[in-house]
Ligand binder design. Structure first.
Ligand code: NI
Length: 181
């Protein structure tokens, strides 16, 4: 069993902005360990603290076997545009075609309290923007086009009524069409 269960869309904790981390202490290290375990079990590429019900500004990630944590992160620069089918552990079974800035520069603290700056593009840049949104109480469904939003409502209703983890993955395109992945 993973240390945490992941909160899913509809849970009010996912809509609240998280608070700055003021102390990097043993309990924060334990939280990060437990978040990694929960993320790997899911499995996912990133997990933000609010997704496990903790209102703190931090997230963990692991892309291309390069795990890390960012505490009190901020995006310093962003440029370009890039469309991608984006998913979220808190919105299981659904991917959405979403355009976001292609390249970003993000700054935050690591677990030793040292500042780190990461330049990230494409998948990495997407991941960081997505996780930072979670810290603001924003889910990916808030980035949808009108057509996509209508389709998403239908799909989410099915998801909520069913209550189980969906067996199949669907992609909601920007024009509102829904495809099976
Ligand atoms: Ni997410």
């Amino acid at each position: 069993m993973p240390p945490f269960s992941i909160r899913v869309i509809g849970d009010p904790v996912l809509k609240q902005p998280a608070r700055e981390v003021t102390d990097i202490d043993g309990s924060l290290v334990k939280l990060v360990d437990d978040m990694f375990a929960t993320m790997y079990e899911a499995p996912g590429l990133g997990l933000a603290a609010p997704q496990v019900g903790v209102q703190k500004r931090l997230f963990v990630y692991d892309v291309e076997d390069k795990p890390g944590v960012l505490i009190n992160p901020q995006i310093i620069e962003s440029e370009g545009e890039w469309g991608f089918n984006e998913g979220c552990l808190s919105v299981p079974g659904l991917y959405f075609e979403i355009v976001r800035p292609k390249r970003i520069l993000i700054r935050g603290l690591d677990l030793d309290g040292n500042e780190k700056e990461i330049e990230a593009d494409e998948l990495w840049g997407r991941l960081f923007q997505h996780e930072l949104d979670h810290l603001e109480g924003v889910l990916l469904v808030e980035h949808l086009t009108d057509e996509q939003r209508k389709a998403a409502k239908r799909e989410l209703r099915e998801l909520m009524l069913d209550g189980r983890r969906p067996a199949e993955v669907k992609v909601v395109r920007a024009d509102g069409s829904v495809e099976h992945d």
